[in-house]
Design a protein. Structure first.
Lengths: 348, 124
């Protein structure tokens, strides 16, 4: 089907496949329609269907709550077409090429290596049927025949022409894909992948010091940033400050990997695990000496450690919404970072 | 009578904001250090309650939800993310009290985006 998009900055045409969302079709053709979560939550990818047969799959998507459905408004990340269609998008910033980064695409992955990292956090890998290029800090959407709807997960690893993507997922009951992942033996299942997506990206050529504040599985994209930074020896001449918030020692994960990054990077990279519900009484992790320990909320640990050290820094934030909110306040109010130097994906 | 007494000036500390209700109209008073501002209690972006999501650094009010910012000194939009102006009520300080000029409650039009209306879609 041919989709024509009218925007305040011009008109664009692209093809979508049967069952493909109008957003995915546009992005893989290099057309930069606005989006943030790409999974129905945020409401950013709003469009109005002027002509054509289109169907919004997830009617109760949280991001659709304020749409004027009677006028044809829809979330393009949830909408598929069964005929040619004309769509209006209220943006003046749409272009037909990506200024930076990689044009996303569809591929398939086979789920493997799934294992529990804590009682409610799982790691798994996807072996892709074709290599995928992405930027450290980005995410993909995953869906499979067993579950309705797609979920977004940030990559944990980094590689150019990646054949394997690694992910970490915290079990939140009520999430379809998550319940499925945690509910049965999923290794060997084929999963549909679309990406890469998201703007919480790391580019070594920007030449900035980095601050990462991650809560729980929000550490995923920061692991990818650290992976790339260590591969490129970024910390020989840049500072990195990473704050990883979990409730207790028993809720922490990826500590061996984080300690390995800290050892590779040397003294310019500081990694602190902040425990909100437990006081270990130690300054260093008993098993991983390269990791610092702190007690309290992760944004408080960051605030304490970063005072006077925000020079030339870009801040990355990810995690549960209250933790993201508190961390953004630290970066803006304590760090005086301009909001253009704060990168986080706005999933709500 | 549209000037309404909102609160005592010393009830809103420097670089904080507080929500009040006067004659059934909710209003936020913000003390940005060099003066006071009065505005409706929600972010013009997605109705975030600013008494929770808003904070003041320097003279800049930030909504922590999506980092939209307004300069309370000039009342202009600032920062790289902000896409809509904030509505301000006129304020004055008199005998230690803050008064705001509120004819009627200002409500942002969240679902009726002008630009999505067919007639003027391409006109702005």
């Amino acid at each position: 089907m041919k989709i024509t998009v009218q925007t305040k900055g011009g008109q664009f045409e692209y093809d979508v496949d049967t069952g493909e969302t109008l957003l995915a079709g546009a992005l893989r053709n290099g057309i930069t329609l606005p989006y943030e979560c790409a999974t129905g939550t945020c409401g950013t990818c709003r469009g109005r269907i002027m002509t054509g047969d289109c169907h919004m799959g997830w009617d109760e998507a949280p991001g659709a709550a304020r749409l004027k459905r009677e006028k044809g408004d829809c979330l393009l990340c949830q909408t598929t077409a069964t005929s040619d269609a004309l769509v209006r998008v209220p943006s003046s910033k749409v272009t037909d090429h990506f200024e930076r980064g990689h044009v996303p695409c569809h591929c398939k992955g086979t789920l493997t290596n799934s294992r529990m990292l804590t009682h409610d956090v799982m790691h798994f890998d996807l072996v892709l049927d074709r290599p995928l290029n992405f930027d450290a800090g980005q995410f993909v959407t995953l869906s499979c025949d067993q579950v309705v709807g797609a979920r977004a997960y940030s990559m944990v690893n980094y590689a150019a022409d990646a054949q394997i993507l690694s992910f970490v997922v915290k079990h939140l009951p009520g999430g379809g894909f998550g319940d499925w992942l945690f509910g049965e033996d999923v290794d060997g299942t084929e999963v549909s992948v679309f990406g890469a997506l998201g703007a919480a990206t790391f580019y070594p050529e920007e030449d900035r010091n980095i601050i990462c504040i991650g809560g729980g599985s929000g550490i995923a994209g920061m692991m990818s940033i650290l992976d790339r930074a260590c591969q490129e020896k970024y910390f020989t001449d840049h500072a990195g400050h990473v704050f990883f918030g979990v409730r207790t020692m028993a809720d922490s994960f990826y500590l061996a990997e984080l300690a390995s990054f800290a050892e590779q990077a040397g003294e310019n990279l500081s990694i602190t695990v902040a425990l909100s519900d437990e006081d270990p009484g130690l300054k260093r992790h008993p098993e991983f000496d390269a990791l610092k320990l702190d007690t309290g909320f992760v944004h408080e640990a960051a605030s304490r450690a970063m005072a006077g050290r925000y020079d030339n820094a870009i801040g990355y934030v990810a995690g549960p919404p209250p933790m993201v909110d508190a961390s953004l306040r630290v970066l803006v109010a304590d760090g005086k970072l301009p909001v253009s130097d704060i990168r986080y994906d706005k999933f709500s | 009578m549209s000037w309404r007494r909102i609160c005592a000036a010393d009830s809103v500390a420097e670089r904080t904001l507080k929500k009040f209700e006067v004659d059934g109209i909710p209003v936020i008073i913000a003390n940005y250090g060099e003066g006071f501002r009065a505005f409706p209690p929600v972010c013009p972006h997605m109705e975030e309650p600013l008494e929770e999501s808003g904070f003041i650094e320097g003279k800049v009010l930030t909504c922590s939800k999506h980092l939209w910012q307004w300069d309370l000194g000039t009342t202009e939009m600032t920062g790289s993310e902000t896409e809509k102006p904030m509505h301000f009520y006129e304020v004055k300080e008199e005998n230690g009290d803050i008064h705001a000029f509120i004819e009627s409650e200002h409500e942002y039009e969240f679902d009726e985006e002008d630009e999505m209306d067919d007639d003027d879609f391409f006109n702005s």
